[in-house]
Every structure is written in structure tokens, then in C-alpha cells.
Design a protein around this ligand. Structure first.
Ligand code: PHE
Length: 492
């Protein structure tokens, strides 16, 4: 039985989640590492791809990330009301694998169809698997936090594998081999989830209690929604409407901002919250802005920074030509190295009562992001002068991104569950991922502008980002003196 064995002192079910998430992230980041390269590869050369401009490819990349993370919201709803979390994860994993296999078929239509499957599948998997992690601990907060730390490792080990395998295959053998490898990785994830799902016990096994008729009705709405999406996709693939990637991505960015804004407004004005809940909500609102801004820089990795690696970085290392997408390895490797260091620093400061407040940690995260783009401006200048620069520029940039991530990301999710108004705790997961979604689309739009005209267009965009990080970072730092979360914690 599950009680007898454990996983690093945690419930053995955590191993199932660890491995599923590891393979899912392997496939996600592996594909993401090469997608912009593939879209801009052109038709000629030894490894032909698609013919999108850098601006268009970045917009598609950003819209893709934005859709992936926003789909966590309906994915959570489906888990709560229809499938239960475990089934949602399984279904999601299967759909993701189908998506990557579809990407492996070398047509432009199958590329977009594959992306769509990955988007829908990740919506079912990513948020729900993170939620099951929490459900395995009954109200033991420190164990649960440690569980999430282990889980965060699986994310990064998975992305190391993905960049290594899909990046190498995609760039050296053929893009579609890279996509196919992502499919095989996700298939390992499906296999072990099916085999070891029983270790999860009842954590997230059943959806909410509901009158069967109501559930049937909800299920029929779901089928209608799937039908509408299928028809729209079919028409798009047949070329019935022409979609401009940049217009699509920017409209989608507005859509996300409006939806998130309205949701906050609704909570603030109409949800009947008491003053301390409202105060916490205000705090979350500012953290939300900070997180969206942060990811909009962070996700430049697969977009503008990958193009910078391809065109302006000397990737020759001791006679070995590194795959371009391998530059992305820096982030997950640094996470594995520095996560314990950051955890140690926070604990040490906490012992002395100096632990920075939430908004202050977010401000620190944004400051690192700001520094990374200051560095990139220097890198761009050096590239203008010498044609190419060494890999150290991108390595240090990613080191700063990672330090920022470690200051902001691990605590962000727990802050959202902790300070959420009680009745709305479940939806806060969705809100946290929506911040990533907004960040992703903005990353694509900004990255497109940055790479539109080669090096010339990078400096103005990166300089703009430096300013915006500085402004938002300073505002959050100042806020940390003004808004202190009202210590009234929600149910979990
Ligand atoms: N590396 C993290 C992951 O893939 C980045 C992330 C954080 C993504 C928060 C979404 C939300 O999970």
C-alpha cells in the first residue's frame, strides 16, 4: 500500500506526479525551444521549416504560451465539475502526446493543429497536476511547501531533458524529429501515470459532488464548446479565414487583460468580501501585474533571445557547435542549483525576522529581470561592434532570469492560494496561470518588435523593458511598506 513506501519522505503518489510533470515539461520546453527556429527556418537549406518573419514567429510563440496557460482556467473547471483531477491529467497527457505527434508530421497545417492539441491538453494537465500535489497533504503546510519544491525540480529536470533531446534532434536531424521526440517523452509520462496512478489514492480522484442531471447538462455544454472549437479550427486549417499572427496575438493580449481586470473588479465590488479580504485582494492584484510583467521578459528565452543566440552568438564551445536551443538549458540547470540556495536564504532571513515581504520579493524578481536586460543592451552593443558575442552574455542573462524566477515564482502560487478570498481559493490557481499567459503573449509581441530589424530593433525594446521593470519593481517595493497582507488565511 502507498503508506509503506515514500518518495523523499513524501507520499509515494508524489513520485507519480513528479514523473508525469517531468515528461510533460520535457515535451513542452523541448518543443518550445525550437518552435521559433522552425517557424523562421525558411524553405531552403539543409533543415527547412516554415517561412514566417521573426515578428510573426514571435507573435505565434507568444500567443501559444498565452493560450497554453490560459487554458488552465477551463481545465480547472472541467476537473472540478466533470472529470476529477486525476482523469483530467490523464486526458490532458494523452492529448498533449497526440499534439506532439501531430507536430511531427511535416505540414504547416499539422504544425498548427499540433499546437492546438498541446494547448488543450496542457490546459487539462498543468494546473490540475499542480493542484493534486497540494491535495496529497492534509493541511500540513510545511510538508506541502516541501512537496511543491520537489515538484518544481521535476519541472526543471524535465525541461533540461527536453532542450537537450528535442533541441539536438530538431536542429541537427530535422525539426520534426525534435517534435516527435517530445511526443515520445509525453508518452512515457502517460505510461507511467496509467501504471502508477493508483498511488495517488483518492487525491483529486472525484469531481465535486453534483446532481447527476446537472453534471450531464454541463457535459453537454462541454461537448458543444469542443464542437465549436473543432469547426473553427477546421475552417482555419482549410484557409477560410486568414489570421494575421500579430493582430491575433495583440487582440488576445487585450482579451486576457480585460478578462483578468473584470474578474478582479467583480471580486472587489460584487463578491461580498470583507475589508481584510479586499485588502489581500488588492495585494494579489499588484502581484498579478508584477508576475505578468516578469514572465513577459522571462519568456523572451524561446523568442528574441533564441534569435539572438542564432544570429549573434558564437556557439562554438571547444570545437563543438552547440545547438542554438541549448542556450535555454541555462535556466533549468540554474534553478536546480540555486533553488536550495534561495530557500536557505529566505529561511535564514526569516529566523532573524528579516524575511522580505511578498511584494518585496516580487520587486527583487523584477529587479533581476531589469538587470538582465541592461546586460542584454550591452550584449547587443557588443554584437553590433564585433558581429558576434560569446555565450557568456546569454548565460549571465539567464542566470539573472533564474534568480528572478526563484524570488518570485515559487512563492507566487502559494501567495495566491493563501491570500485568496476563501470562497474563491480554487480559482486563484487559474488567476496565477493567467498572469503567465499575459506574460507569454507580451513576450511574443515585445520579442517580435525586438527582432523585427535585427540588432537595431533590440536596443529600443530592451531599453523600454528596463524602464518598465524598474517602474513596476519600485512600485511593488514601495507597496510592501503600505500594504501588509491581513493575516487571515483561507481554508488551505
Ligand atoms: N518553469 C515554470 C514551469 O514551467 C514556469 C511557470 C511558472 C509556468 C508559473 C507557469 C506558471 O512550470
Amino acid at each position: 500500500m502507498s503508506q509503506q513506501s515514500s518518495f523523499f519522505g513524501h507520499p509515494i503518489g508524489l513520485r507519480t506526479l513528479f514523473l508525469t510533470e517531468m515528461w510533460e515539461r520535457m515535451s513542452y520546453y523541448g518543443m518550445r525551444g525550437i518552435m521559433v527556429l522552425f517557424m523562421t527556418a525558411g524553405l531552403t537549406g539543409s533543415n527547412p521549416g516554415l517561412t514566417f518573419s521573426a515578428v510573426e514567429a514571435n507573435a505565434i510563440y507568444g500567443a501559444y504560451i498565452g493560450l497554453v496557460y490560459f487554458m488552465v482556467v477551463p481545465g480547472g473547471w472541467l476537473a472540478d465539475n466533470i472529470f476529477g483531477y486525476q482523469k483530467a491529467v490523464l486526458l490532458g497527457a494523452i492529448i498533449i502526446a497526440i499534439g506532439h505527434y501531430t507536430l511531427a508530421i511535416p505540414f504547416e497545417q499539422t504544425f498548427f493543429l499540433g499546437l492546438l492539441f498541446v494547448i488543450l491538453g496542457t490546459g487539462l494537465l498543468k494546473g490540475n497536476i499542480s493542484a493534486i500535489v497540494g491535495k496529497m497533504y492534509d493541511n500540513n503546510d510545511s510538508m506541502r511547501d516541501a512537496g511543491y519544491t520537489i515538484f518544481y525540480m521535476s519541472i526543471n529536470i524535465g525541461s533540461v531533458l527536453g532542450f537537450l533531446i528535442c533541441g539536438w534532434l530538431g536542429e541537427n536531424i530535422g525539426w520534426h524529429w525534435g517534435f516527435g521526440a517530445a511526443g515520445i517523452g509525453m508518452t512515457f509520462g502517460v505510461y507511467q501515470f496509467v501504471k502508477y496512478r493508483h498511488l495517488l489514492g483518492s487525491a483529486g480522484a472525484e469531481p465535486n459532488e453534483m446532481d447527476p442531471d446537472r453534471r450531464k447538462r454541463l457535459l453537454s455544454y462541454f461537448y458543444v464548446a469542443v464542437g465549436i472549437i473543432a469547426i473553427a479550427v477546421l475552417l482555419a486549417l482549410l484557409g477560410v479565414f486568414d489570421i494575421d499572427p500579430v493582430i491575433f496575438a495583440s487582440s488576445y493580449a487585450y482579451f486576457l487583460v480585460i478578462v483578468a481586470g473584470l474578474y478582479f473588479l467583480y471580486l472587489f465590488l460584487l463578491a461580498g468580501l470583507d475589508p481584510s479580504e479586499k485588502k489581500n485582494l488588492l495585494l494579489l492584484f499588484f502581484l498579478f501585474i508584477g508576475a505578468a510583467a516578469f514572465w513577459s521578459g522571462f519568456d523572451q528565452s524561446g523568442g528574441s533571445l533564441t534569435i539572438f543566440a542564432r544570429d549573434f552568438t558564437d556557439l562554438n564551445l571547444f570545437g563543438f557547435e552547440l545547438p542554438i536551443s541549448w542556450m535555454n538549458l541555462a535556466n533549468p540547470i540554474f534553478v536546480v542549483i540555486f533553488a536550495p540556495v534561495f530557500a536557505g536564504i529566505w529561511t535564514n532571513l526569516a529566523i532573524r525576522n528579516l524575511d522580505p515581504s511578498l511584494p518585496m520579493k516580487f520587486a527583487i524578481g523584477l529587479l533581476f529581470m531589469c538587470l538582465s536586460f541592461i546586460l542584454m543592451v550591452y550584449a547587443v552593443n557588443a554584437a553590433m561592434q564585433y558581429g558576434q558575442v560569446g555565450i557568456q552574455w546569454l548565460l549571465i542573462t539567464y542566470l539573472l532570469h533564474t534568480w528572478g524566477e526563484l524570488a518570485l515564482s515559487p512563492i507566487g502560487l502559494s501567495a495566491f492560494s493563501r491570500y485568496a478570498p476563501k470562497k474563491y481559493a480554487g480559482q486563484m490557481f487559474g488567476l496565477w496561470f493567467t498572469a503567465s499567459a499575459i506574460g507569454g503573449v507580451l513576450a511574443g509581441l515585445l520579442g517580435g518588435e525586438a527582432t523585427g530589424e535585427g540588432l537595431e530593433s533590440m536596443t529600443p525594446i530592451f531599453s523600454f523593458m528596463i524602464k518598465y521593470y524598474l517602474v513596476i519593481g519600485v512600485i511593488l517595493a514601495l507597496l510592501s511598506f503600505v500594504i501588509k497582507p491581513a493575516e487571515k488565511e483561507s481554508a488551505n
